[in-house]
Design a protein around this ligand. Structure first.
Ligand SMILES: Cc1cc2nc3c(=O)[nH]c(=O)nc-3n(C[C@H](O)[C@H](O)[C@H](O)COP(=O)(O)O)c2cc1C
Length: 510
């Protein structure tokens, strides 16, 4: 089974469709009162507290979410304060609320089922305030666990097929997925969630890096086994998903590659029992890259969007001017973020929707998206209540910054059904669907293109989340009935699969 056997990705995707994918067990039950531990906790490890006393960043959130160039930024070697800020506002605990069942830790990014299955690691050379090493980020202790002393950046650079962004970066963050922490509820569909929930974190990582002036770019092409070995991951339980190099050292000479010895740290068990979902392991293995050459050749240009030329009525976006755009910092927006639990059915303005769309969809800086501004997903909207826009189904034309009307009508009931029967979708002002024509993407990138399509969608949607909170209305990711969404937007969306759904609107005050 190799990356080129792309039947595996299609089989996985169809098999995990709602409501009756063949890889899903309709009798699966899980105990919400007894979820797995939402952190990886190492025992007996030396740790370094994050340095979070530095000054806040200055770039407004709405500017930070629109950066699509991974080389943009002036801070070539970020200090430990900047790295700490990036980690904390990516995946840290941003507030603790008192709830009837006990204190509830809020994390910086949204996550399906609040199960928080994504872990972050840092691999760095000597940087101001932090010695070279391989570290695990512990959100619970707001610290870095030291796993290896010394400079192992060459191992990551080699794993990434010599990707220049990684090779010249003073530090890289590696994102991993502890599968059982989410599969306990969502079964084999977890592997989609891995990229969704990594993507909402990555949207924060990219925005906070941009706001801190630190160049950052998502690297999805790397030799999985080399990265796993470096971090000491249990390959049956924890999977590497993405690498984000931070900064760009002018010094391109990395120390020679060291062979990482096996790590022997003990971690606190996350759960009393675990169920194996072979479909997750198979999909990961079939989308893994095995050699430097494979990782190097992964960086090809993506296929062009399959969006047909507009045939319906076009409504050009009407974005806010620079002066009207909120100036709130990324950190303040992340601190106030929280997925909306009930929408009020009030409308948002077309300017608000336009601004969110225009800023969030300029393209993700990623190794699979060249030239800058490319995308793997098309965007469809189901408008329930947006001032000045007729309710109905729309396709968004990025190249023209305009919405094409596909079907006019009141579709709140249909929206609720598409969103897995949840009132949130019916009550939202607008539901946004990121949809991918998987065939050409898999043809170009192999099975790993599936990871890329999910990341492109989830990072873009994570940016839409931030744009909503920056403009002081609400948002939530939502789960969906796959084929019904495609049918709803067809014939326009025929052949496309939903990668992510995000719903926007005003929050219902209780
Ligand atoms: C990809 C994605 C899908 C989600 N799907 C749903 C959903 O179907 N229904 C729901 O009520 N919340 C959904 N959520 C919201 C999560 O439940 C929420 O993020 C989590 O409880 C953590 O809360 P917070 O985002 O307020 O920090 C989703 C979130 C994401 C990121």
């Amino acid at each position: 089974m190799t990356n080129r056997d792309t039947g595996v990705a299609l089989h996985y995707h169809r098999g995990t469709n709602h409501p009756d994918g063949s890889l899903m067990n309709s009798h699966h039950v899980w105990d919400p009162m007894n979820p797995p531990l939402p952190y990886k906790l190492y025992r007996d490890v030396e740790s370094v507290p994050l340095a979070l006393d530095g000054p806040p960043s200055e770039l407004p959130a709405m500017t930070a979410i629109s950066v699509n160039d991974g080389a943009a930024g002036v801070v070539r070697t970020p200090e430990f304060e900047a790295l700490s800020r990036i980690l904390h506002y990516s995946a840290g605990i941003t507030k603790t609320l008192r709830r009837a069942g006990g204190p509830m830790a809020f994390r910086a990014a949204a996550c399906t089922g609040a199960l928080f299955h994504i872990e972050l690691y840092m691999v760095c050379g000597d940087i101001p305030g932090l010695a070279a090493g391989v570290y695990h980020y512990d959100p619970d202790g707001s610290s870095l666990d030291l796993l290896r002393k010394g400079d192992y950046r060459s191992t990551v650079a080699d794993a990434a097929g010599g990707e220049p962004g990684v090779a010249y970066a003073p530090a890289s963050i590696v994102f991993t997925d502890v599968t059982w922490r989410n599969a306990c509820k969502y079964q084999a569909r977890e592997y989609r969630h891995a990229f969704w929930d990594c993507g909402t974190i990555l949207a924060n990582t990219l925005a906070v890096s941009a706001a801190s002036g630190v160049p950052a770019r998502v690297t999805a092409g790397f030799v999985d086994d080399s990265v796993s070995e470096l971090l000491g991951l249990d390959p049956l339980r924890e999977l590497p998903l993405a690498v984000v190099p931070l900064g760009a050292s002018p010094d391109s000479t990395l120390p020679p590659r060291k062979t990482p010895h096996p790590l022997k740290f003990e971690t606190v068990p996350i759960s009393g029992h675990e169920i194996d979902f072979p479909a997750i392991r198979e999909m990961h293995a079939a989308s893994s890259l095995a050699s430097y050459e494979e990782a190097e050749s992964w960086r090809v240009n993506p296929p062009r969007s399959s969006m047909p030329a507009p045939a319906g009525r076009l409504t050009p976006l009407r974005s806010a001017s620079e002066e009207e755009t909120p100036m709130d910092s990324v950190e303040s927006v992340i601190l106030r973020r929280g997925s909306t639990r009930r929408f009020s059915r009030e409308s948002i303005s077309f300017t608000q929707l336009s601004t969110a769309l225009e800023r969030a969809t300029r393209g993700v800086p990623a190794d699979f998206l060249t030239p800058a501004g490319s995308a793997l997903n098309d965007i469809y909207l189901l408008v329930n209540a947006v001032d000045g826009v007729a309710p109905g189904a729309y396709a968004f034309h990025r190249d023209r910054l305009a919405l094409e009307l596909l079907r006019e009508g009141e579709f709140r009931a249909e929206a609720g059904l598409l969103g897995l029967g949840q009132a949130l979708a019916a009550d939202a002002s607008v539901n946004i669907f990121l949809m991918c024509d998987l065939a050409p993407v898999l043809e170009r990138f192999g099975n790993r293109g599936y990871r890329a399509a999910q990341l492109d969608a989830s990072i873009t949607a994570g940016r839409v989340y931030l744009a909503s909170y920056a403009q002081r209305f609400g948002a939530t990711g939502l789960t969906f009935f796959d084929d019904q969404v495609t049918d709803f937007f067809s014939p326009h969306a025929q052949g496309k699969s939903v990668m992510f759904m995000v719903s926007l609107g005003k929050r219902q005050r209780s």
